[in-house]
Design a protein around this ligand. Sequence first.
Ligand code: ZN
Ligand code: ZN
Length: 274
Amino acid sequence: MLRVTVLGSGSRGNAILVDGTESSVLVDAGFGPRLLARRFALTGRRPEEVSALLLTHEHRDHASGAVAASTRWGWPVHGMRASLDALAEAPKATVNLVLGGSNVPVSGFRVECIAVPHDARACVALVLTDVGSGARVGIAMDLGHVPEALPPALSRCDLLVVESNHDETMLANGPYPWALKQRIRGGLGHLSNGTAAELIAGAAHRGLRGVILAHLSETNNTPTAAMERTRAAMQRAGWRRDTLWAASQTVPCGPIGADGSTHPAVAAQLSLGF
Ligand SMILES: [Zn+2]
Ligand SMILES: [Zn+2]
């Protein structure tokens, strides 16, 4: 079965483990190999189980560990050409991802890339289809606004991982300098809770089994604020499940199955307020 574990998410590093029928892939490596290995260990897994690394874009919090980790564990790195070229060092093995289509095969998955607006050389949202089961996860992180092609791509997924970066009011009243606030809320920055909620509610359908909110700001957001906003929008859209989580910067979230099921350890973490 397809399963998703967010090993960590936020401005200090992102990494998402996606298990399929045939193999496992990692989406983004914004942690160095040591921290990454520790996050794997916390979930009872090992980096050696990963077959490939996919990069959404080249920013540090998504790619700082890409070269070192891929070298250490022999992962080929799949990314947009511009993102791969922007890495400080060339990874040993790279594969170019292309926009559109859903037929790029990667280790038992079909990968669809959708360009998203963000201040990187290139940035993509990914829809991974597990060829063995047909289950899909849509991952959309680091985008300033929602491009036309994204909602239809996300509306066919069993699971969604979507950035819910900041609470609009907390950002406006928060400590960041004006220029940084403008960057974050600008069209090439990050999604607010409100915009994320709207995007997710618009993509909700009967087959959607679970939603993980990701890339929450530790300064300008809280898991409660993000979850309340999305939950309300989804309920208005008629989604009746309660399989909604907020990923954390510091502890893994998951594994969450394509049917919305969770590992018991996750339920315990969630009740502790992580
Ligand atoms: Zn970024
Ligand atoms: Zn980021």
